[in-house]
Structure formats: C-alpha cells, structure tokens
Design a protein. Structure first.
Length: 99
C-alpha cells in the first residue's frame, strides 16, 4: 500500500484529506510542521509528500529545500496561496505540483 505523508498545521485539513486518501487505499502519515515531518521521514520514507506552505516551526518551502538536499521524493504543495509567483517559486525549488 503506497504511503503518503501529509504535512499541515491545520488539524481539519489533516483529518479531511487523510480520510479521503485512506478511502482511496493509501496509508497516511500526518505531521503538523516540516521539522517533525523530516524527523519522521528518517524512520519511514513515504512514497509522496503533500506539504502546506504556511506552517509554524518550518514552512513547506524550507521543508522542501531540506528534503531536496537528500531525496527526490515526489512533493505536492497543498496551499491556499494562489499567486502565480508562489507556484513558480515552489516548482523552481523542486516541487512536483500544486493543489
């Protein structure tokens, strides 16, 4: 079963997206910030990471930057930011897509 890491500081988003993805047959690991996600990835590497951009402790962009230093794990940003510059910047940093 493929594993997806969902990283977001909003517990409602973690719950609703987790339920939707589990219904589709994915195993979900949830984290409330980028720092805890990177710590968790050391023990269990997911098949895909879905990151929020705006989070406390370590935002999604910094999480992606650190992740790209060691991994080519597919990353999708899940964000309310809708400016094209944010999307271009994230893609330039190595994100695979935006939702």
């Amino acid at each position: 079963m493929p594993t997806i890491a969902l990283v977001d500081d909003d517990s409602n988003i973690l719950t609703s997206v987790s339920i939707a993805l589990e219904t589709e047959g994915y195993r979900i690991m949830t984290y409330s910030d980028g720092a805890s996600a990177l710590d968790g990835f050391r023990t269990t590497q997911p098949d895909l990471a879905i990151l929020d951009i705006k989070m406390p402790r370590m935002d999604g962009l910094e999480t992606l930057r650190r992740l790209r230093q060691k991994s080519d794990l597919p990353v999708i940003f899940l964000t309310s930011k809708d400016e094209e510059i944010d999307e271009l910047f994230g893609l330039k940093m190595g994100a695979d897509d935006f939702i």
